[in-house]
Design a protein around this ligand. Structure first.
Ligand code: SF4
Length: 390
């Protein structure tokens, strides 16, 4: 079915009739959400090395030019973010650097780390020490690596992008739908609250969009772990000239996402890339991570809106704007969850969705713990620059 799916034992069979039904959905078939959420984050691009070369991507650097943040740089970024009222450290890199990135591997070795994932674990610990909740997007992972990294992450993510085999992923080293679906499944098997999404305009068709959304739904129905699905449009940049999808396309695909996914799964559009105010009546209920202190390093030409810009989007739908943690409230333990929030079903393999290190960070009796708990209770948007006290 999907490229390389069989190699990973992916047994998702999207029903043709469900695809047809979804293809008939439009904006008039969905309702405005009850509210709009966002998370305040600091972007930490741990490395710009990536084994792949997706044609629409400006994030990766070729071997010899790729950067690697030092532990001190990670700590400084996290400290600046926490001081600016952020709750989330967004750790991102493309996909595990392959053998071509000799300098990256030598540096990691000098610092005492076996791999980029080993180093990511330490970087997440630094974020927790500085008062932030880590959300990592490290590309394709195995179940074993999720088992390790979940110990220090509030949530994690990878974009499915599409179940289609598109030329945009062409080349000797290419990511495949089978790998991505395998990663989303591996996260589910390890009970990791998870973010995924589709990328619109990279050569996929309408049927591919419907199949991608239904494949995500299928994995969520099995594991209960998908907290949000991003509907992201491609944007032109200096490496590619993909046309930005027009508004009618985005309105239709957002409505399809809202219809395909269960109500507990949020539908998100990135407000620096999408005309969010014109999509709010198509069922979006989240604007994702927005940073008061760092650029969107994946799309550096597209600046984040400020708080007033986010309020404008919410106002367009006549709905309230609320700040959230990187972990959605239904995955939080009972003592940290608002009383009126429904909990997610218990995780399959452990006592709680949230690992002890992250729950302890939120419960800590310090300025950061108080900020995190206030956001969990839905008291935001908070003053973005709280005093750094204790
Ligand atoms: S889109 Fe992601 S996987 Fe593809 S080249 Fe860029 S960083 Fe790597």
């Amino acid at each position: 079915m999907f490229a390389e799916a069989a190699a990973y034992g992916i047994d998702i069979d999207v029903d043709d009739r469900a695809v047809e039904r979804l293809l008939s959905v439009g904006p008039a078939d969905v309702e405005v959400a009850d509210g709009l959420t966002f998370a305040r984050n600091v972007f930490v691009p741990l490395t710009t090395a990536c084994r792949y070369t997706c044609t629409y991507c400006t994030y990766y650097d070729v071997p010899g030019e790729a950067s690697l943040l030092s532990p001190e740089e990670v700590r400084e970024r996290c400290r600046v973010g926490a001081d600016a009222g952020c709750t989330e450290a967004l750790f991102t890199f493309g996909d595990e650097p392959d053998d071509r990135y000799t300098r990256i591997h030598e540096t990691l070795d000098e610092w005492g780390f076996d791999s980029i994932h080993d180093y990511l674990y330490r970087a997440c610990e630094i974020a927790l020490e500085e008062g932030l909740l880590p959300h990592s997007n490290p590309g394709d992972l195995t179940e074993e690596t999720f088992r390790d990294l979940r110990e220090v992450n509030a949530s994690m993510g990878v974009m499915l992008e599409t179940t289609a085999d598109v030329d945009a992923h062409a080349g000797g080293r290419r990511k495949t739908p089978g790998q991505r679906l395998n990663t989303i499944r591996a996260a589910g098997r390890q009970d990791v609250p998870f973010t995924t999404g589709i990328l619109v305009g990279i050569g996929e068709g309408w049927r591919d969009r419907a199949e991608s959304l239904l494949a995500i739904r299928e994995l969520h129905e099995r594991h209960g772990h998908v907290q949000e699905v991003i509907v992201q449009n491609v944007v032109p940049n200096e490496r590619s000239d993909f046309a930005k999808p027009d508004l009618e396309t985005m309105r239709r695909v957002v409505a399809m996402a809202r219809t395909a996914l269960p109500p507990e799964v949020s539908v998100q559009v990135p407000p620096n890339l999408s005309p969010a105010a014109d999509l709010v009546d198509c069922g979006i209920d989240d604007l994702g991570g927005v940073s008061p202190v760092t650029d969107d390093y994946v799309n550096p030409q597209y600046a984040w809106p400020d708080l007033e810009g986010l309020r404008t989007v919410a106002d367009a739908g006549g709905i309230p704007l609320r700040e959230r943690l990187p972990t959605y409230v239904r995955y939080l333990p009972a003592d940290l969850r608002p009383a009126d929030a429904d909990p997610a079903p218990d995780p399959a393999t452990r006592d709680a969705w949230l690992p002890p290190a992250v729950a302890d960070r939120i419960r800590a009796d310090d300025v950061h713990g108080r900020r995190l708990r206030a956001v969990a209770r839905g008291e935001g948007p908070l003053d973005p620059r709280p005093a750094r006290g204790d």
